[in-house]
Ligand binder design. Structure first.
Ligand SMILES: Nc1ncnc2c1ncn2[C@@H]1O[C@H](COP(=O)(O)OP(=O)(O)OP(=O)(O)O)[C@@H](O)[C@H]1O
Ligand SMILES: [Mg+2]
Length: 249
């Protein structure tokens, strides 16, 4: 059994490609032979929809039920709600109900650790858990950052000026977030070499409920994603090795 790496995909700026990155990275790591769980931590449920669930509000069990159960200290079946995608990975869906629950998380015991508690019950089944965050730094995003070994911050290239990136990182690791998160992230920052080009295929793939790699194999954008996934997995291998050693201590 491989110790799992948990990655949050976050940026408080909206529409920068967080959800698209989560879906494609999930499919890509699966193609590399890894076991992957995608977690939709956004009440807007874009990830859930992009993975083929057209009506997330009709789902009987989602992140909302799990977070509520943990807050109320009630037993729950950790595998319940998890959906298997035809491209080989699993995902835990979300829906709009999670929005109301997020406002109540503020009053919960260990309020930044609720998602982490949930992941502890399922992580052993996966090499990677990828969390798609909403575009804000509310309780859900703080929970995702607190549960994660690392955070991927998708940005658009024009946004990558020294000033812009500095502001972004200040926000992600800044004062709003508690010491747990700060201690974990502030020392190490890497900018990925792979750049994902703008492409209508990325949009079409999402509409099809499929990853770019599967939808348009061989296209420029699929190739760029493949490079990105390889970079993530090369770093991930080291992290999982570290998690394994930490566990054996
Ligand atoms: N490489 C790409 N080329 C062109 N369009 C893209 C690309 N990647 C994503 N998009 C489109 O850009 C829009 C925003 O992407 P996405 O939903 O992934 O961003 P997000 O950061 O998750 O947004 P939000 O902050 O609302 O959660 C979507 O319509 C998506 O289909
Ligand atoms: Mg999104």
């Amino acid at each position: 059994m491989t110790p799992t790496k948990v990655i949050a995909i976050a940026n408080q700026k909206g529409g920068v490609g967080k959800t698209t990155t989560a879906a494609n990275l999930g499919a890509g790591l699966t193609n590399l032979g890894r076991g992957v769980l995608l977690v939709d931590a956004d009440p807007q449920a874009s990830l859930t929809v992009s993975l083929g669930v057209s009506r997330p509000d009709d789902l009987p069990v989602t992140m909302d039920n799990v977070i509520q159960a943990i807050m109320e200290n009630k037993p729950f079946d950790p595998r319940e709600g998890i959906i298997h995608h035809e491209e080989g990975f699993d995902f835990m869906p979300s829906n709009i109900l999670l929005s109301g629950t997020e406002t109540r998380m503020v009053n919960a015991m260990s309020r930044e650790k609720l998602l982490s508690h949930y992941l502890d019950t399922v992580r052993q089944d996966y090499d990677y858990v990828l969390i798609d965050c909403m575009p804000s730094l509310g309780q859900l995003t703080i929970n995702a950052l607190a549960a994660a070994d690392s955070v991927i911050i998708p940005t658009q290239q024009h946004y990558l000026s020294a000033k812009g990136l500095e502001q972004l990182l200040n926000t992600v690791i800044g004062r709003e977030i508690d010491e747990v998160v700060k201690g974990t992230y502030s020392p190490r920052i890497k900018v990925f070499d792979a750049k994902i080009p703008l492409s209508v295929r990325a949009v079409e793939a999402t509409a099809e409920g499929s990853s770019v790699v599967t939808y348009s194999k061989g296209s420029k954008v699929a190739q760029a994603y493949a490079r990105f996934e390889k970079e993530v997995d090369d770093i991930g291998k080291r992290q999982r090795e570290k998690n394994r050693t930490d566990r054996l201590r």
